[in-house]
Design a protein around this ligand. Structure first.
Ligand SMILES: C[S@@+](CC[C@H](N)C(=O)[O-])C[C@H]1O[C@@H](n2cnc3c(N)ncnc32)[C@H](O)[C@@H]1O
Length: 288
């Protein structure tokens, strides 16, 4: 029987948080604005460097008013995460060849913009999120009239069978899902990964990052009231074995454990997540 404490589509801790009471809201994000983002904003978005700080802080307030995730507060989205993955060159090559790429939990679509800046056409890019951040996204990147990609407001756990997802079903080449699956306990992560399988075909990739640690297990970060299952490379492989067996598909996984500094977040400030908790970068490749 479903446990309402752990079987949620999106976490309650990201709704109605007081910024003065959480350990992850930083009023000044200046040192988080990465050289990558500065270049992207200047060249792609035509926002001069001396206006970028005010721009970013205004956008963060708009995003914080929608949802209050730790990464929104701490500026985790100010460094391109997809581009950090060792497999990024393959993803970019596929993107330039017209692959269908979806970013689940896309937030402001920052990783999709990086693909476009690096040479992909936006037409085959899809950003999916349970709550629209689209206006904030267009404002951040100043590309409302240029963006030819797709944004869908949907809970991916239940929407994969909907009409809106029809072009993606069994037809997606790369699914990006960063900082999303870790919001759940093991059973919900299995449910989430299983929902993704319906969108894939042999050769598809599921890539991204999430909280990770050398010894997998449930963690309740400071200030949270629900446990999250933090994966290790081994448990992540087990998850895809379980999902593969349930869906008659086969998956090979590759993972890298990193510290938070790797994505521009100070490890000391991330200590509230618990000892040894860092970032797990991952690739799950569908082989059959
Ligand atoms: C922690 S943020 C991560 C944003 C971005 N992927 C990143 O790594 O910077 C999680 C995002 O996933 C979205 N989300 C949470 N649950 C979802 C669900 N069931 N379906 C679709 N999006 C979801 C949230 O609204 C939020 O934008």
């Amino acid at each position: 029987m479903a446990d309402p404490k752990t079987d949620y589509a999106e976490p309650a801790y990201a709704q109605h948080q007081d910024k003065s009471k959480v350990p992850y809201y930083r009023s000044n994000l200046d040192d988080r604005i990465s050289p990558d983002l500065k270049e992207l904003l200047e060249t792609y978005s035509q926002i001069p460097r001396d206006q970028q700080s005010a721009h970013i802080h205004r956008i963060r307030d708009l995003a914080w008013a929608i949802r209050q995730y730790p990464c929104t507060g701490s500026g985790g989205w100010l460094k391109p995460q997809l581009r950090q993955l060792p497999i990024y060159p393959e993803i970019l090559t596929r993107a330039k060849e017209g692959a269908t790429i979806i970013d689940i939990g896309t937030f402001v679509g920052h990783d999709l913009r990086r693909l476009v800046y690096d040479g992909a056409s936006s037409e085959h890019l899809w950003g999916i999120d349970i709550v629209s951040h689209w206006d904030v996204s267009y404002e951040l990147f100043n590309d409302r009239s240029r963006w030819k990609g797709h944004f869908l407001e949907a809970d991916f756990l239940t929407a994969a069978s909907s009409d809106a997802f029809a072009p993606l079903r069994a037809n997606t080449d790369v699914i990006v899902i960063s900082q999303v699956l870790h919001q759940w306990v093991w059973a919900q992560q299995v449910r989430g990964a299983t929902a993704l399988v319906a969108l894939t075909k042999p050769g598809s990739l599921v890539v991204g990052n999430q909280m990770g640690k050398p010894d997998a297990g449930e963690v309740v970060p400071a200030g949270f009231t629900v446990p999250l299952y933090v994966q290790s490379p081994e448990s992540f492989a087990k998850l895809w074995e379980e999902v593969g067996a349930a869906t008659s598909t086969r998956w090979e996984t590759q993972c890298w454990l990193r510290t938070w500094d790797h994505i521009g977040v100070d490890s000391k400030e991330s200590a509230f997540m618990g000892p040894d908790v860092g970032i797990l970068e991952f690739v799950a490749r569908r082989t059959d």
